[in-house]
Structures are given as structure tokens and as C-alpha cells.
Write a protein that binds this ligand. Structure first.
Ligand code: HEC
Length: 145
């Protein structure tokens, strides 16, 4: 029913998108899209995300294995990128996480989340109490990088 969202950045900017999320009918008379009722911070994040979707990465996004997408979401929700890099994106307070499986076992990575200082004395990484589902998803994602 709606238009393809890949390549939007060629036609729209963030302000238009956020106004349109809030009041679709005002910007596009007759639109059947309902207003998106989310806090501004989430509307901003959604607009930033949509502006990055191009034809090529839209295809990759569609074809990405669901368990990797789920793991990447846990990574984003916990803001691991404020200290780590994945594929060159993020900060460098901690080690870049690509190639982790060559350095660490799965058991080490899981235990490290609960108690980084025990496995890496002096570590500045905070402990994470992840539920078993998120722990499994996040670890699988990291071990695949
Ligand atoms: C405040 C900064 C900080 C945050 C936030 C942080 N880390 Fe870390 N992390 C570090 C530092 C510093 C190290 C290196 C010392 C150590 O092993 O604990 C590290 C180590 C690691 C290691 C071991 C890497 C290796 O090569 O040995 C993994 C895996 C890891 N972090 C994953 C994560 C994930 C996933 C998150 C989010 C849930 C996260 N970290 C959040 C700072 C951080």
C-alpha cells in the first residue's frame, strides 16, 4: 500500500519525515498512513535509520539472517558502540569486536558479560545482566563477526 522506503534520502529530509510521522494527512492529503505515536527521540532515530536505507543495503537488510538481526539489536539497545567498534563503526575505548571468535571461546564471552573484572582484571567494561535469550542472541552475533 505504501511506497518503497529505500532511497528516501533523495526525496525527503529528516524534518519532513518527522512531521509526516506525526501528521501524515497534513503533509500528504488523503494519506491512509496513521500518525506514529512515539517520543521525539524515537522519531528522530527512525528518521535517521530510514534516511540510510538505499537500494543495495535494503536488500542486505532483507536478506540478513534473523538471528543476526536480533543479536545486533541487543548490541544497539545496550549501546555497546559507545566503547566498541563493529565493522569500523563505534568508539575505541574497548577492543574492536570483529574477529572475536578467533580470540575467545563462547563460554568466555558469556561469562565476561556477567563479570568483566573477573576475566579481565582492571577492565572498564560494566557488567551486564542479560536475560538468557538476549545473552544467547548477542553472543551468537558477536561470535559471527
Ligand atoms: C565503558 C566501556 C564499555 C562498554 C559500554 C562495553 N564494553 Fe566491552 N569492553 C570494554 C573494555 C575496556 C574491554 C577490554 C577489557 C575486558 O576484556 O574487559 C572490553 C571487552 C569486551 C569483550 C572482549 C573482547 C576481546 O577481544 O577480548 C567483548 C566481547 C565485549 N567487551 C563486548 C561488549 C558488548 C557486547 C557490550 C555491550 C553489551 C560491551 N562490551 C560494552 C569496554 C566496554
Amino acid at each position: 500500500m505504501g511506497p518503497d522506503l529505500a532511497g528516501l534520502s533523495m526525496r525527503r529530509d529528516a524534518k519532513w519525515m518527522i512531521d509526516h510521522f506525526k501528521r501524515p494527512q497534513e503533509l500528504v492529503p488523503g494519506s491512509s498512513m496513521p500518525p506514529i505515536l512515539l517520543p521525539d527521540a524515537q522519531l528522530n532515530a527512525l528518521a535517521a535509520f530510514l534516511l540510510k536505507i538505499e537500494i543495495q543495503n535494503a536488500k542486505e537488510l532483507r536478506e540478513a539472517p534473523q538471528e543476526m538481526v536480533d543479536g545486533a539489536l541487543v548490541y544497539q539497545q545496550n549501546r555497546c558502540g559507545v566503547c566498541h567498534q563493529v565493522n569500523g563503526v563505534g568508539m575505541k575505548l574497548g577492543p574492536p569486536l570483529n574477529g572475536l571468535a578467533a580470540r575467545r571461546t563462547r563460554a568466555w564471552v558469556e561469562e565476561h558479560f556477567a563479570n568483566p573484572q573477573k576475566l579481565s582484571p582492571g577492565s572498564k567494561m560494566p557488567p551486564y545482566r542479560l536475560n538468557p535469550r538476549d545473552l544467547e542472541r548477542l553472543t551468537s552475533y558477536l561470535m559471527s563477526l
